[in-house]
Write a protein that binds this ligand. Structure first.
Ligand code: GLN
Length: 605
């Protein structure tokens, strides 16, 4: 196993995560298999309890791990499936060491940061690096490790010490350190300043780590003399100093790295030059260039609670972007703070209320993403009502599906106090209720997390077609509340169809409104499995409907299905429905075979 460590200096927010993912992309393009680990030096055991306001979204993995959003970048850029252990936190390491101490594993010794914590970190890295993440057997060739925070932070000290020992242990040919730093330009003189980077590298060296490569964030490419200066003071060859200058979209970063031959510097330091091929980024380049050329807009209103920090909905934004590129549209996100749509805002701040409604009314499609807590819920319900009544394409995700059901129960069934027991435990019409998957007596760990299977109850519906006429899909979940099974038939009789459910048929997973151009609610989070070039089916449906292309897209899937039927003899390995002469359908029993057309859910563009 070869390791690439990515550290950051000078300031936080340099885009270290995207840089580390992009390094993974070029190494993968060189024919290597790549995995990744993110180290977060905070004390929380995982990101599950952290506010999206502060840290951005909580990313959810197949195994139910609630992790840092950078793991989402890795999964999207590298098209891999990570595990919860690929996110190391101080909390996890200390918990493991303290558990060992309680078991008596340290045989009476004093348990200390060095060697016990530092050993635990190294063991964790070595163990997790071996887990295959790309669907193939056996470990990857290279593990990219991103150390969160900035060099010099007190929190990251045990990790730095562990990584120093680790680099020595695995040997210099198996360990490459890339330090991401900042080269600011002072407006007065317009000169690229190297001092912050010099200091940061000095700090790194003082802690025992020597960078092989410097990746410098700057507004423009670094001047030759600036590189020379950095090389001299930081003891890094000028050829190993890469500039990450400002680009129009983040897909350019792997291309920047390739153009500056970062892959050669990395491969050389890892002694892999003879094994790897020249990077093949043809598809990646085409998509990046296409994205820059898009002109015709598609306007999507995001009606949410955390609209002040776009990272709070990072995966949703990426999923809409992937779908917009597939539909050849330039994406415009219009943020609508849900609370601003409410009647109380109309009284207190009429201008704010009007502005929010104007934005919503100007949108081609509406998304109500997931969320917790009752703030803004009534505003989200109003947005769903607007989209339903005015036939505006709508996608409700998790809480977004729940509020769409509440709205339908109130407006169509006339159940005026219909609500989720999360927001009104006393409601006489609880159309969304607490349905723990495990214990009914314990509140802790009752969240339904990670990949669960949804079976289509109705096959002739938009969602099933968008997923490629599969009979089931595996998507990721993060919720406690669900549509009340006792009210399903009432809702269905009034026209809201639950086209997908769990195997037992009690947990409703997908709701659809027939007769509406596109009104879909899902209890799961399809955004977590969307990839550049492989957009998530339901986001594709939303964007296609928003720009009047849904019929074409649905026909396209019908065509793909026919092709697959011819090629594979009925099943595509994702649970494609076999239709018999008599019209009955049958679910195939085999699991996912990773067919060439699909992203694991039957979608491939
Ligand atoms: N708060 C809702 C629940 O727990 C929705 C959660 C979500 O949107 N992720 O079910």
């Amino acid at each position: 196993m070869k390791y690439v460590l990515v550290t950051g200096g000078v300031v936080s927010g340099l885009g270290k995560g995207v840089t580390a993912s992009s390094i993974g992309v070029i190494l993968k393009a060189c024919g290597l298999r790549v995995t990744s680990i993110k180290i977060d030096p905070y004390l929380n055991t995982d990101a599950g309890t952290m506010s999206p306001f502060e840290h951005g979204e909580v990313f959810v993995l197949d195994d139910g791990g609630e992790v840092d959003l950078d793991l989402g970048n890795y999964e999207r850029f590298l098209d891999i499936t990570l595990t919860r252990d690929n996110n190391i936190t101080t909390g996890k390491i200390y918990q493991a060491v303290i558990n060992k101490e309680r078991r008596g594993d340290y045989l009476g010794k004093t348990v200390q940061v060095v060697p016990h914590i530092t050993d635990a970190i190294q063991e964790w890295i070595e163990r997790v690096a071996m887990i295959p993440v790309d669907g193939k057997e056996g470990p990857a060739d290279v593990c990219v490790i991103e150390l969160g925070g900035t060099i010099g932070d007190i929190e990251s000290m045990p990790f730095i010490e562990a990584l120093c020992q680790f680099s020595y242990r695995v040997g210099s040919n198996n360990f490459c350190l890339i330090h991401v730093s900042l080269v600011p330009v002072l407006n007065v003189v317009g000169e690229q300043k190297t001092k912050p980077t010099q200091h940061s590298v000095r700090g790194l060296r003082g802690l025992g780590l020597t960078p092989n490569i410097l990746a410098c964030r700057s507004t423009k490419p670094l001047e030759g003399n600036v590189k020379e200066k950095l090389s001299q003071f930081c003891h890094v060859p000028a050829g190993n100093i890469i500039t990450l200058y400002d680009v129009s979209n983040i897909w350019h970063i792997p291309l920047l790295l390739r153009d500056q031959k970062a892959h050669e510097a990395i491969l050389k330091s890892l002694n892999l030059l003879g094994i790897a091929r020249e990077p093949n980024l043809t598809e990646w380049t085409a998509r990046t260039e296409l994205c820059d050329l898009l002109y015709d807009p598609v306007r999507i209103a995001m009606v949410g609670k955390y609209t002040g920090l776009s990272d709070s909905y990072l995966s949703v934004l990426k999923a809409v972007l992937h779908a917009s590129v597939a539909c050849r549209r330039k994406l415009h996100i219009d943020w609508v703070p849900a609370g601003d749509l409410e009647d109380t805002t109309a009284k207190e701040a009429p201008d704010v209320h009007k502005a929010a409604w104007d934005i919503l009314k100007g949108a081609d499609g509406v998304i109500v993403p997931g969320g917790f807590g009752d703030r803004g819920v009534e505003g989200k319900i109003l947005a769903a009502k607007y989209a339903r009544e005015n036939k505006v394409p709508f996608l409700g995700i998790c809480l977004g599906m729940q509020i769409a059901v509440i709205e339908f129960a109130r407006s169509v069934l006339g159940l005026h106090d219909a609500n989720s027991t999360e927001f009104n435990p006393e409601t006489t019409n609880p159309c969304v209720i607490f349905m723990p998957e495990g214990s009914k007596t314990h509140m802790g760990a009752t969240m339904r997390l990670g990949s669960r299977r949804t079976y289509f109850r109705v096959t002739d519906c938009k969602s099933a077609k968008l997923y490629g006429n599969v009979s089931f899909v595996d998507e990721r979940h993060r919720h406690r509340y669900e549509v009340n099974p006792d009210m399903v038939s009432q809702l269905e009789n009034a026209g809201l169809l639950f086209v997908g459910s769990d195997e037992g048929g009690r947990r409703m997973e997908i709701a659809e409104l027939p007769g509406h151009p596109y009104f879909v609610g899902v209890q799961f989070h399809p955004e977590f499995k969307s990839r550049p070039g492989k957009p998530s089916a339901l986001f594709l449906g939303l964007i296609a409907a928003a720009c009047g292309q849904l019929d074409v897209v649905l026909q396209y899937y019908g065509h793909i299905r026919k092709l697959m039927t011819r090629k594979t003899g009925m099943s595509n390995g994702h649970g494609m429905v076999k239709t018999h002469q008599n019209g009955n359908t049958e679910k195939p029993s085999n699991g996912c075979l990773n067919c060439v057309y699909s992203n694991g859910n039957g979608v491939h563009l």
